[in-house]
Ligand binder design. Structure first.
Ligand code: CA
Length: 433
């Protein structure tokens, strides 16, 4: 049996730019926020390199985690008193919301891509390992930490809790869309959260939407679609991410070749050697990564010092759209030009093809997604939203793709002797001959 840690004598209040106030009444939540593993999230930005595109986007995973907790708290208030909601799950839901991103590391996407670390695995190790968070959760009772981890990894038997924390319409997305839009300074991501919370209903095995709330959900899906293309997948952010990856790959390659670094990158060696312990992982944050990048600007290795300087001083690779059928010809010509000026295409030429659906109703094999957004009709039956909304139906099946080449154009184009190559490449890129 679990033993609640009870309420605080006085409500703790955080000022928040998105939700205005975040309220903490539970001892348990207050203690979790105070752990060193949770405080570490203050040193990890929510949107990685996006601040190089949208300078306001400096908000951290700490902000977002508190926000997800607050939306969950408000959602539970809406649910309270309904027969489908069992309030014994309140603390479990709040803990899972607060801790769902606790395993994120510095610049997660680039690090995950280069070193194969997975933030989900680290979230679990932090919740279940030798940490302050685990010690706080253990006060509730044996097995509670495991239940929190199960909700986050989506294996908990209570599917309502699981879909509240992660599905196409979950507290995580609701917070990040609003928050990322606010800090990026754009208007695409804003939707009416209060209204949305009022139309959500608990059902036995998932979160559902009252029929009359359909238009709120349409609005939310459109906002999400716009945020993806305008903010999350912005080509300048993608360019920054590639640069970051190129730096990490170069550093790893140098390390493997016993290169003599001016300052030994102690914090990154466990990543290079794939021997990372929980303690090593928790010691990593963006401050540390920046420290090494600044050191590497002075390294003797030309590639590493150039890439690091480009990142620190925001001298990003430019990008061009290219017609797929010209891909090989463009690639070949660029590589040839690169070899003439001594640029390694492994680090300086990146191609990227993106493709996504605005609403993941259908998986690739035509099966219906496991967590589609369900409307609760007036007669109590459930219907998947695209069956009812012509708007969602129209965009659900329209796949958007985007193909770009990233490279330091100025290196080629500013040189007179490349005027001819430039013309040929431009012609190819335009695809107009
Ligand atoms: Ca999240």
């Amino acid at each position: 049996m679990y033993q609640s840690l009870g309420q605080l004598k006085e409500t703790k209040v955080f000022k928040d730019p998105v939700h205005r106030y975040i309220y903490v009444d539970d001892q348990l939540i207050w203690q979790l926020i105070g752990t060193k593993e949770f405080q570490r999230l203050r040193r990890i930005k929510q949107l990685g390199t996006s601040f190089l595109t949208f300078h306001g986007a400096e908000h951290t995973r700490f902000h977002h985690s508190l926000g997800v907790y607050e939306i969950t708290r408000q959602l539970i208030n809406v649910f309270n008193g309904r027969p489908e909601w069992d309030d014994q799950y309140r603390e479990l839901a709040l803990c899972a919301a607060l801790l769902h991103d606790v395993g994120h590391g510095p610049f997660s996407h680039a690090f995950e891509n280069v070193f194969g670390v997975e933030h989900e695995t680290w979230t679990e190790r932090i919740i279940l390992g030798d940490t302050e968070i685990k010690a706080v959760l253990d006060q509730v009772g044996d097995g509670f930490a495991e239940e929190v981890a199960a909700v986050i990894r989506k294996t908990h038997p209570n599917k309502l809790l699981v879909t509240m924390i992660s599905s196409q319409l979950d507290v995580d997305r609701m917070d990040y869309l609003l928050r990322d839009a606010h800090f990026a300074g754009v208007s695409y991501g804003t939707f009416d959260l209060e209204r949305m919370l009022r139309v959500l209903r608990p059902s036995r095995d998932q979160l559902v939407v009252k029929q009359s709330g359909m238009h709120s959900i349409e609005d939310y899906i459109m906002r999400r679609y716009q945020m993806y293309w305008q903010v999350y997948l912005h080509p300048v952010t993608r360019s920054s991410d590639y640069l970051l990856k190129a730096i990490l790959e170069r550093a790893q390659e140098l390390y493997a070749g016993h290169y003599d670094f001016t300052v030994t990158p102690f914090h990154l060696i466990p990543l290079f050697e794939q021997t990372m312990t929980l303690k090593d992982y928790l010691a990593l944050d963006e401050t540390i990564v920046y420290f090494y990048f600044q050191q590497w600007m002075e390294e003797e290795d030309k590639v590493l010092s150039d890439l690091a300087s480009r990142f620190v001083n925001r001298k990003l690779f430019k990008y061009v759209d290219y017609p797929q059928e010209k891909r090989d010809a463009v690639h070949e010509r660029l590589c040839l030009a690169f070899s003439k000026i001594g640029l390694d295409p492994d680090y300086y030429l990146l191609e990227d093809k993106l493709s996504r659906l605005p609403y993941d109703l259908y998986l690739e094999n035509g099966e219906i997604s496991r967590h589609p957004i369900m409307l609760q009709m007036k007669d109590g039956t459930l219907k998947e939203i695209s069956q009812v909304s012509p708007l969602v139906r129209a965009i659900a099946t329209s796949r958007q793709t985007d193909e770009k080449l990233f490279f330091p154009q100025e290196e080629l184009y500013d040189l007179k002797e490349f005027a001819n190559e430039k013309m040929q490449i431009d012609t190819l890129l335009r695809g107009d001959h």
